[in-house]
Design a protein around this ligand. Structure first.
Ligand code: SF4
Length: 349
């Protein structure tokens, strides 16, 4: 199967039917951009439930640029990888200031925006502006590695360049956006990481990975380092109808509210001492449960404890919040279980 056949076959397959996703019903560059940022690390099924709500709240670049950070992070809650929300806003400010609130129809200018890499720039350029640019994400990389039976380790600069060049030569000049969507659709529905559905695949004829019986094994990736495990005691410190939250200053989940926590300590006396160091006198109440959250590089194993404070002492970056305030604050999914315990407790007060 030659280049033209591959492209035309994929397009014809896509035209016959594909998943109806809300961002496929628009060519509006702002909407396409928001969808692509949301899709970077989140599954399409999850993004669907956030996308319309987010756009209703921030219907334009300017609205996004002007959003208060806490409110923006709250709107992003549940999507995770909050750096994306911050970059989105930084980029919105650049677009508002430098481009009069319109995304630039230029691959290099798109690529220069915060949070926009080669893939996202290619996707916006091709889908929103009809620029014949390739958009190579993990899905597309997998399809092409299998189709060309690339058995070298992907992720190295040389292989990246090779796949990017291959993708670029396949992009049709008349329908680059449809092609980008069709390739993503292929990777998400047929040429899936496990058990590719080769028998249903429109480009099976000509697929070297299939012909050689190695499709399932490709692409070859370097082994990931095992994640580091952190044991955290999460402290729900109650005082009357309030519970203490602190704004995280660390890079991971920075700017979001969490409950105070202590590393490698689960002894009640040690937990009270850790709170004393923050200027809080509290009595240990009970252990409420355990939760686990897996980040890309770290796993948090969290024991959740309740403590009762004598008074609402001032804590750096801390706030003593009521149940309804807790509901409105942006908290990461990592502390969802702890928040549920806190909400239940506060409801009883
Ligand atoms: S034949 Fe199989 S491995 Fe090849 S592109 Fe299609 S789904 Fe992927």
């Amino acid at each position: 199967m030659n280049r033209k056949n591959f492209t035309q076959t994929i397009l014809a397959w896509y035209d016959q039917g594909h998943r109806e996703l809300p961002w496929r019903r628009t060519k509006d560059p702002y909407r396409i951009w928001v969808s692509e940022i949301m899709l970077q690390q989140t599954r399409a099924e999850t993004v669907v439930s956030y996308y319309e709500r987010f756009l209703a709240r921030y219907p334009s670049v300017q609205a996004l640029a002007d959003a208060p950070e806490e409110e923006l992070l709250k709107a992003w809650e549940g999507l995770g990888y909050y750096t994306r929300a911050r970059s989105l806003q930084k980029a919105a400010r650049v677009i508002a200031e430098q481009y009069g609130g319109q995304l630039p129809a230029d691959l290099d200018k798109l690529r220069a925006l915060p949070g926009v890499g080669d893939y996202t720039a290619g996707a916006i350029a091709s889908i929103a502006f009809g620029i014949p640019a390739a958009a190579v994400d993990g899905n597309v990389e997998r399809v092409l590695c299998r189709w060309d039976a690339v058995s070298d380790e992907v992720g190295t600069p040389a292989v990246r360049r090779r796949i990017a060049a291959r993708a670029q030569e396949l992009v049709p000049h008349d329908r680059p956006g449809a092609f980008a969507n069709a390739m993503m659709e292929m990777g998400a529905t047929l040429c899936t990481p496990k058990n590719p559905k080769c028998l249903l695949c429109p480009v099976r004829e000509g697929c070297l990975g299939f012909a050689q019986g190695i499709a399932q094994e490709l692409p070859h990736k370097a082994k990931k380092k095992p994640q580091r495990v952190e044991n955290r005691a999460v402290l729900l410190v109650f005082c009357g109808e309030r519970v203490l939250v602190v704004k995280r200053q660390e890079k991971l989940l920075g700017g979001l509210f969490v409950f105070p926590d202590v590393l490698d300590e689960n002894d009640p006396a040690g937990l009270c001492q850790a709170l004393e160091a923050l200027g809080i006198r509290a009595a240990y109440d009970e252990r409420l449960g355990h939760a686990r959250h897996v980040f890309t590089h770290i796993i948090w194993e969290m024991d959740i404890h309740a403590l009762l404070a004598e008074h609402t002492a001032d804590v750096p970056e801390g706030q003593w919040v009521t149940r309804s305030e807790l509901e409105r604050l942006p908290l990461p999914t990592a502390v969802k279980a702890a928040r549920t315990f806190a909400m239940e407790r506060l409801a009883k007060r």
